[in-house]
Design a protein around this ligand. Structure first.
Ligand SMILES: [Zn+2]
Length: 212
């Protein structure tokens, strides 16, 4: 996949093939039709045709943005600390991908390239531990909340670095910051708590046996 620079236009014949590659790649990743159109200028009808030709299905329906910033930043009824970590991993991939060339990249290209890296990076967690991953439309929503990580743009999501494990995880500035704890440390402290409980239980069983 040729990196598309930020200033390359889809109408420029020099970049036509790269944009078609991007559209095909986004179809294979399951992006919503509007998202593909926004980033490639390929028409909605053409995107629908690409979906049918490449995958034999219609593009996924529903609105482009889904979920408020809090959907990615705090554990709730439908998500967990592990989900917050997935958001942190994807944002780190996007961040890193932005530095592969000396010049700013096209956002759609950077989205697809970093999403591909994110998928391979989390493959084992997903297959062995059944950890739920972001899909590309959620990754886009996450980036929009974070204003594509441009610090000057504000946005209803920012990142905070954990002082103990150094994970940079997304937080919503609208919510109290001290309640948005590091998800990785939260998982570890849960594990420690469970281990301590298990050890205490084993010890009490052992002492019951020895007192009999
Ligand atoms: Zn931490």
């Amino acid at each position: 996949m040729t990196p598309i620079p930020e200033d390359a236009r889809p109408a420029d014949p020099k970049w036509a093939v790269a944009y078609l590659e991007l559209a095909n790649g986004m179809v294979m990743a399951g992006a919503k039709a509007r998202l593909i159109t926004r980033f490639t200028d390929v028409s909605l009808n053409r995107v629908r045709e690409l979906y049918r030709a490449l995958r034999g299905v219609d593009p996924p329906s529903g609105p482009l943005m889904q979920g408020k910033a809090g959907f990615f930043t705090r554990p709730g009824k439908h998500n967990s600390e592990a989900w917050n970590i997935q958001s942190a991993i994807f944002l780190a991939c996007y961040d890193r991908m932005g530095k592969i060339t000396g010049q700013p990249l096209h956002r759609g290209w950077q989205l697809l390239a970093s999403f591909t890296v994110y998928l391979s990076f989390t493959e084992r967690q997903h297959t062995e531990m059944r950890i739920k991953r972001l899909d590309i439309n959620q990754a886009y929503a996450l980036l929009s909340h974070a204003r594509f990580l441009s610090p000057s743009a504000g946005g209803d999501m920012q990142r905070k670095e954990c002082p103990s494990c150094r994970l940079s995880y997304p937080v919503a500035p609208a919510d109290p910051l001290d309640t948005q704890k590091c998800p990785l440390c939260a998982i570890n402290s849960n594990l420690n708590h469970l281990t301590r409980q298990g050890l205490a239980r084993a010890a009490s069983i052992a002492s019951q046996k020895s007192s009999k």
